[in-house]
Design a protein around this ligand. Structure first.
Ligand code: DAH
Length: 379
């Protein structure tokens, strides 16, 4: 389109010029000047519309070629009387400069977009997968544990990680000389505070925070700290989920029912549970809950290509220890001004790392803190 338009204005210019050269006059000059303006406008438009360097070169070639109308105009002015020659010459030179500038601008524009084009990607290449983040595997496990209890009507709370002796030990019925209070086990902070060694102090803080004793059905997930020699199964910081159910008339049957229900939801519907006696200062009686091994389904044996072997997850026992639990000790109720003759409850606590390691076959607890994507992206 632009080239034909350019040809057209060139014709008009030649025409006007011929008339002017035949009889230079004010009246004959006006059409020449007009034709020069039209010529410039046509070049501007064609240059602006050019979408490739080749297209632009064609415009330039057409507009500024030796035998083009513009150059002919300049060349033909020789015989024209001085005054007129100056006027027409100046007008034609202005036009030439304006065209050159329009072409230069168009070149710049094409170069800029050409650079953009070169840097855009090849649409025939396979796509690049965007990097998607995800919750850390520990948070995934925590959320799943918590989610199951939420379905049973539990709510969730968190509390401080820097604790005092009273909430971490005393109110939980730890004796004054209990070894957990030793600096070999507990990380102390200046001023007598300590890094909580378990999530159990949140039991105390929750019960304390109620102005009147009332039922509690809650979970307390969070990070805990111990003065550990760090190795594949020991870290100085790890995570627990604590549970507390306080009401009138709570019995061991409620404890076993709630925890067994949770275990079936978490480890699979065929999971069996067993409760073994244990000891914690803040529960009486206390127990450990085992679940039937989810790798060998509780048989303790696994079939492999080489025949039947001992299951290495449960070490052949068919059972895996999952959590500690028990009925809330009367002294714990006393410490928070709940009448132990009226109030009853059960509590439990489990390690998130431990459960994640069992479920996913993770052999080293240090992986959880290393932020290594090769590890994290597996979950
Ligand atoms: N606090 C215990 C620990 O860190 C875990 C625990 C056991 C919590 C029994 C409880 C419980 O609430 O009833 O080893």
């Amino acid at each position: 389109m632009s080239e034909t338009r350019l040809e057209h204005v060139e014709d008009a210019l030649r025409h006007a010029l011929d008339a002017f050269l035949g009889a230079p006059s004010e009246g004959a000059l006006a059409p020449v000047e007009e034709a020069l303006k039209a010529f410039e406008a046509a070049v501007r438009e064609a240059a602006g519309a050019a979408s490739s360097p080749a297209g632009l070169a064609a415009v330039e070639q057409q507009a500024l070629r030796q035998k083009g109308a513009l150059n002919q105009t300049l060349r033909s002015l020789g015989p024209v009387p001085g005054e007129w020659r100056k006027v027409v010459g100046a007008a034609a030179n202005r036009t030439r400069a304006a065209c050159a500038e329009a072409l230069a601008q168009a070149t710049e524009r094409l170069e800029a977009s050409g650079a953009r084009e070169r840097s855009t990607f090849d649409v025939t290449l396979p796509g690049r997968k965007p990097f998607l983040g995800r919750p850390h595997v520990l948070n995934q496990v925590r959320d799943e544990v918590v989610g199951i209890f939420r379905g049973m009507g539990y709510s969730v709370a968190e509390n401080r990680e820097v604790e005092d002796d009273h909430h971490n030990f005393g109110a939980l019925n730890f004796g004054p000389h209990h070894p957990a209070r030793d600096a070999h086990d507990t990380l102390f902070v200046e001023g007598g505070a300590l890094m909580r060694t378990h999530t159990s102090p949140v039991q105390i803080r929750t019960l304390e925070s109620q102005t009147e004793p009332s039922p509690v059905r809650m979970l307390f997930p969070g990070r805990v700290y111990r003065a550990e020699q760090i190795d594949a199964t020991h870290a100085s910081e790890f995570h627990q989920v604590e549970g507390l159910y306080v009401d009138r008339g709570v019995s061991m049957a409620h404890l076993k029912g709630a925890l067994s229900e949770w275990a079936r939801a978490f480890f699979g519907a065929r999971t069996r549970t067993r409760f073994r006696p244990s000891y914690f200062p803040f529960t009486e009686p206390s127990g450990e809950m085992d679940v039937s091994c989810f790798r060998c389904e509780g048989s303790g044996r696994r079939k492999t290509a080489e025949g039947e072997v001992r299951c290495n997850l449960c070490k052949g026992s068919g059972w895996i220890e999952i959590l500690g639990c028990g009925m809330v000790h009367p002294n714990v109720f006393r410490a928070v001004n709940y009448d132990p003759e009226v109030w009853t409850g059960f509590a439990f606590g489990m390690g998130i790392e431990r459960i994640a390691m069992l479920r996913y076959g993770i052999s080293d607890i240090r992986h959880f803190l290393e932020s290594d994507l090769n590890f994290l992206e597996q979950f």
